[in-house]
Ligand binder design. Structure first.
Ligand SMILES: Nc1nc2c(ncn2[C@@H]2O[C@H](COP(=O)(O)OP(=O)(O)OP(=O)(O)O)[C@@H](O)[C@H]2O)c(=O)[nH]1
Ligand SMILES: [Mg+2]
Length: 398
C-alpha cells in the first residue's frame, strides 16, 4: 500500500512526510529543496478489536493503544512540480515515474496562498491554491499522455495485429498499475471507443489521459498551512469548487507535536484532537508558546492537524480499503507462538477470504479450504468478501 505526496514545489510535502513518518528530510522555504524521493512508513488508524474481545494485542508492525490500532502504510514524497513541468520546466515531470506504484496521491497545496506558481514565497492570500490543484492534475495527465505517446508505435502494431485498443493501451500503461477495467471505462466515457486509435488527435489523447488519471489515480487534497491567517477562506472555496475531499492540514503543527511527544514533553498520538503536557516545568517558555499556538490556531480550529485525516481519507474513503486481522488460534486470537492479533492486513474493497490467504502466504492460499469468522464462529467460503475489522482464521489442508 503506497500513498504518494505530490504538489507544487515549496508547499510542505516534505514537512507532511516527516510529520507522518518521523523520517528526517530536508525542508526549506524555497523551491526544489527535494530532488530525490523520500520513502517512509506512516500509519492509518483502525478502531482496535482487542478491546472488544477483552485481550491485549501484540502487533508485529505498528502499535495499539487499546482504542486504535496503527497499521503501517508506505508514504512517498517526491520533488515539486511547476506549471509546464512536462515541457521540462523546473525539475520536469519525469519524477512522477516514482509515483507510478502509488495507489492514491495526496496533493499537498499551500492553502494560505503564500507561494506563487514557481514556489517562491509571496504574501499570504496572493495566490489561488485551486490553481495549484489544477496544475498537478494537468501535469499528471500530460505524464500519462507522454507514456502513451512513447509507446505509440507498439500500440499501433498491436492493434494492427488484432488486439483491442483497450488491450494495447493496457499493455503500454502496465508500469502505472492501471487496471484494464479503468481503461475500458474511460474509453467509453470519453467516446473514444468508437474512434480509431490512429485517428486520435492530441486533444483526444489529453482528454483520455485526464479522465484516466481521475479514475485510476485518485487524489485527496491536503490544504496545508491551514494555520496561516486567510487559509480558512481558501479552504471553504476549495471545498465548493473541487470534486476531491479537501482536508485542512497543518503539517508544521503535526511535526511539532510528534517531536514533542517523542521527546516525552507531551502526550499526543497521530490523529488526536488535543495534547497533554507531561510536566509543565520541563517546557521552556518558547516551547510552551509554540504548543499553545498549535492548540489555538490548529487543534481548536480544525479538531486536529489533518495529517492523519488526509492519510485515512485516502486509504479508507477514496480507495475503500479495509483492515482484516488473521489469526491461527481462534480461541486465543493468536498466532502459533501466542502473539495476540499479530497482523493487521490492508485489503482492497472487494477482497475475499482467498485474497487474505494469498496476502499471508501463497502456500496457505494453495491449501486453503475455508475461513472462520471468529466473531460469529461461523465457517465462511473462500469467495466470501471480507468486512472491515473482520477477525479471520483460515483453515488449510496439511
Ligand atoms: N505555516 C506553515 N508552514 C509550513 C507548513 N508546512 C510546511 N511549511 C513551510 O513551508 C516551507 C516548505 O516546506 P517543505 O516541506 O520543504 O516543502 P516541499 O513541498 O517539500 O518543497 P520542495 O521539496 O522544495 O518542492 C517550509 O518553510 C516549511 O516550514 C504548515 O503547515 N504551516
Ligand atoms: Mg520537499
Amino acid at each position: 500500500m503506497l500513498v504518494g505526496l505530490v504538489g507544487k514545489t515549496n508547499v510542505g510535502k516534505t514537512t507532511f512526510f516527516s510529520a507522518a513518518t518521523l523520517v528526517e528530510a530536508e525542508r526549506g522555504n524555497r523551491p526544489f529543496v527535494t530532488i530525490n524521493p523520500n520513502e517512509g512508513v506512516a500509519y492509518v488508524r483502525v478502531k482496535s478489536v482487542c478491546t472488544e474481545f477483552g485481550v491485549k494485542c501484540n502487533p508485529k508492525y505498528g502499535w495499539c493503544n487499546g482504542i486504535n490500532r496503527f497499521v503501517p502504510i508506505k508514504l512517498l514524497d517526491v520533488a515539486g512540480l511547476v506549471p509546464e513541468a512536462h515541457k521540462g520546466r523546473g525539475l520536469g515531470n519525469k519524477f512522477l515515474d516514482d509515483l507510478r506504484r502509488a495507489n492514491v496521491s495526496i496533493v499537498v497545496v499551500d492553502a494560505s496562498g503564500s507561494t506563487d506558481d514557481e514556489g517562491n514565497p509571496v504574501p499570504p492570500g496572493s495566490h489561488d491554491p485551486i490553481r495549484d490543484v489544477d496544475i498537478v492534475k494537468e501535469e499528471f495527465a500530460r505524464w500519462i499522455s507522454s507514456i502513451i505517446r512513447r509507446g505509440y508505435g507498439k500500440i499501433r502494431g498491436k492493434i494492427l495485429s488484432g488486439s483491442s485498443v483497450e488491450e494495447a493501451l493496457s499493455e503500454a500503461l502496465s508500469g502505472l498499475e492501471i487496471r484494464r477495467e479503468d481503461i475500458a471505462k474511460v474509453l467509453i466515457e470519453t467516446g473514444l471507443k468508437d474512434k480509431k486509435f490512429v485517428n486520435w488527435s492530441d486533444d483526444d489523447l489529453l482528454t483520455f489521459s485526464r479522465e484516466l488519471r481521475r479514475v485510476s489515480k485518485p487524489f485527496v487534497i491536503a490544504a496545508n498551512k491551514a494555520d496561516v491567517e486567510g487559509a480558512e477562506e481558501n479552504i471553504k472555496r476549495m471545498r465548493e469548487v473541487l470534486e476531491e475531499p479537501v482536508i485542512p492540514v497543518s503539517s508544521e503543527a503535526e511535526l511539532i507535536l510528534r517531536k514533542a511527544a517523542k521527546a516525552g514533553l507531551i502526550r499526543y498520538e497521530p490523529g488526536d484532537e488535543d495534547f497533554e503536557v507531561v510536566d509543565e516545568s520541563r517546557l521552556s517558555p518558547a516551547q510552551r508558546k509554540v504548543l499553545e499556538m498549535v492548540r489555538e490556531k490548529v487543534l481548536k480550529r480544525y479538531g486536529g492537524t489533518g495529517v492523519q485525516k488526509a492519510l485515512e481519507t485516502a486509504v479508507f474513503d477514496v480507495l475503500g480499503m479495509k483492515v482484516v486481522f488473521p489469526v491461527e488460534n481462534e480461541n486465543k486470537l493468536s498466532d502459533k507462538d501466542g502473539n495476540v492479533l499479530p497482523d493487521a492486513v490492508l485489503l482492497e474493497r472487494q477482497a475475499t477470504v482467498l485474497d487474505l490467504a494469498e496476502k499471508i502466504h501463497s502456500e496457505i492460499a494453495k491449501k486453503a479450504l475455508f475461513g472462520i469468522d471468529v466473531r460469529t464462529g461461523r465457517r465462511i467460503s473462500l469467495d466470501t468478501v471480507l468486512k472491515h475489522r473482520d477477525v479471520i482464521k483460515i483453515v488449510a489442508s496439511r
